[in-house]
Design a protein around this ligand. Sequence first.
Ligand SMILES: *Cc1c(COP(=O)(O)O)cnc(C)c1O
Length: 349
Amino acid sequence: MSWVAQLARPDIVALESYTCPVREPGLTRLHANELPWRSLGDDSPAGLNCYPEPQPAELIAGLAQLYNVDATSVLATRGIDEGIDLLVRGFCRAGMDAVMACPPAFVMYTIAARIQGAEVLNVPLRAENAFALDPEALLARWTAAVKLVFLCSPNSPTGNLLSEAAILAVADALAGRSLVVVDEAYIDFADRESLAHSLALRPQLVLLRTLSKAHALAGARCGSLLAHPEVVALLRKIIAPFPLPQPTTDAALRALQPAQLAATRAAIRRVCSERTRLLEVLPALPRVKRVWPSDANFILTEFADAEQALTRARAAGVLVRDARAYVPDALRITVGSEGENDRLLEAWS
Ligand SMILES: *Cc1c(COP(=O)(O)O)cnc(C)c1O
C-alpha cells in the first residue's frame, strides 16, 4: 500500500466513488437528464442547461501553468475553504485522528477539523518571536494521530511569511507520516516565491492557492489544492460531483488570460505600494501602539483603545476586522484603494 493510502482514511481509500456522466462534446446528450434548451438570458459559452466538467481540463491546465506545477498535481476547488475541508475529511477519522495548527492563524483549519470530529493540537506562533514558526516545538508536540499540519504563509491575521527553511524542516521530519499543508492565499503579495518548486521533491507537501485575493475573484470561489497526484486522486473521490459552477470556471479562465494577468500584477503592485504607505503612516497615528510588518494585503495593528478605533472607523463608513480574539488590542486592516485608505487614516487622525 502507498504511503498516501496508509495515511488516508481506510474507508475513503476503499470507497467506490460516483462516476460522472461522460463528456463527448460531439454527441447529443441524452444521458444526464438535462433540458435541451437554455434558460432565458443564459448567454454563457457552454450553456447552463448542461452539467459542467468536474475538473475542467482547460482550467486545470491554466492553473497548473499559473502555479508552475504539473496538471496532475492540481485539484480545483470552491476556494481554499473547500480544499481544507476535503483534506480533513479524506485523512482524519472522527474521534481518532488529529490536525496541528499554529495560532493565531486562519480559523478554518480548526473549524473544519472540529466538524469532522478530529482533534486539534495547537503550537502557537509567539508575538515575542515576531510570530515565527517554531519547528522544534511543533515536532515535539506531534503524535502519530496527526495526519495534517496546517501552516499559513504569509500568515493571517499576523501578515508575516513563515521561514521557508522552518517549513521544509517540518516537512522533512514528517515525510510519510503527515501531510504538511501550506496555505499560500497571500503569497502573491509577498516578495517570495511559492513553495511549488518543492512539491516534486516533497510529496508530503500540500499547497493551497486561491483566485480570491490577488486575482480579485473572491465572489467566484475558485481555489487550487496542489499536491502529489495520489493525494489529488484521493480527494477527487470525496469532492462533490460537479464542484465548480460553469460561471466560476468561465471567470477563472478570464483571470488566466495574459492581459488580465498583467492587470493583476499591476493591481498587486498598487496594493503593495499602498501597504508601504500605510506601514509608514499608521505608526505615527495617535493611540496606535504597534504596527506589525506585512507580506500580505492586510496589516495587523494594535491600538491603545481598539474599541474606539473600530467605532471611529465605522462612523467614517469603514469596516476593519476585529482581531482581538487572536492578538490583544489588535485590528486587521485590509489594504484598500488610495481613497479608501485615506478615509480610514483620517478617521484615526
Ligand atoms: C481568505 C483566506 C482563505 C480562503 O480563501 P478562499 O479561496 O476564498 O476560500 C484561505 N486561507 C487564508 C489564510 C485566507 O485568509
